[in-house]
Design a protein around this ligand. Structure first.
Ligand SMILES: N[C@@H](CCC(=O)N[C@@H](CS)C(=O)NCC(=O)O)C(=O)O
Length: 227
């Protein structure tokens, strides 16, 4: 049985969502942050102690895109991955890798700089914020060109990898998506997917849905502002 370790309020929500979209059998193990980083139960599973982590027989695997590809190809008969013969294969590949190669690092850098309490006018802070805006404008324009989903007409693993950065990650860094109307319409489509709602209720029951423009409540403030 495939086991999915989900650190609550984290990017491992992607793997829960993937399993729900594929409708496969899996065992979900929930882990709570302690108080912000991984608890010992996650650290014991993998040298880096970061979620997601999946286990399948003797295999223990980390890294979101690796977990996604493994589950799709080993347990999902290739569903939600566009094959090389598909007309939108290159689009699929691009957005699949954009999620963890560009978008998530961009917001993570902002989060780090926020923690360093640098002035907003600091050159590095300004350039990093501009880079984030460029990423969002790029995605917004892509969605405006009639792309219902990131790879075109078909919902795919590229969407599953991307949505965390646009939603739950904003409770760590207060990104305002209000100017990006096409991203907001896209997030509304995501919110209507039953598998997304099921994953949310199983993985993070009680956590607000962060599908609207203004930044959601900060995760840190929910912890009483303490690190
Ligand atoms: N590149 C990894 C990053 C994994 C990662 O940093 N996960 C975060 C959750 S958002 C985590 O486990 N943080 C807690 C910690 O590092 O202690 C992936 O895509 O899976």
């Amino acid at each position: 049985m495939l086991v999915v370790h989900h650190l609550q309020v984290s990017q491992s929500e992607r793997i829960v969502w993937l399993c729900e979209e594929l409708g496969i059998d899996y065992e979900l193990k929930l882990h709570k942050r302690d108080p912000i980083f991984s608890p010992k139960s996650i650290k014991d599973l993998h040298p880096l102690g970061a979620a997601p982590i999946i286990q399948d027989g003797d295999l223990t695997l980390a890294e979101s895109p690796a977990c996604v590809e493994y589950i799709i190809h080993i347990h999902g008969s290739g569903r939600l991955a566009l094959p090389p013969s598909h007309k939108d294969y290159a689009k699929y590949l691009y957005w699949f890798h954009f999620a963890n190669g560009t978008l998530q690092p961009a917001i993570s850098r902002l989060l780090l700089l926020q923690s360093a309490k640098l002035d907003k006018q600091n050159d590095i802070v300004r350039r990093t914020a501009e880079r984030m805006s460029l990423c969002l404008e790029h995605m917004d324009k892509h969605l405006a060109k009639g792309n219902t989903w990131l790879a075109g007409d078909e919902f795919s693993a590229a969407d599953i990898l991307t949505v965390f950065t646009l939603t739950t990650m904003r409770s760590f860094y207060p990104l305002d998506l209000s100017p990006y109307h096409n991203i907001l319409a896209y997030l509304q489509r995501v919110g209507k997917r039953e598998a997304y709602t099921r994953a949310h209720e199983k993985g993070d029951p009680g956590l607000e849905y962060m599908l609207e423009g203004p930044p959601p409540d900060s995760f840190f403030s929910k912890l009483g502002g303490k690190l």
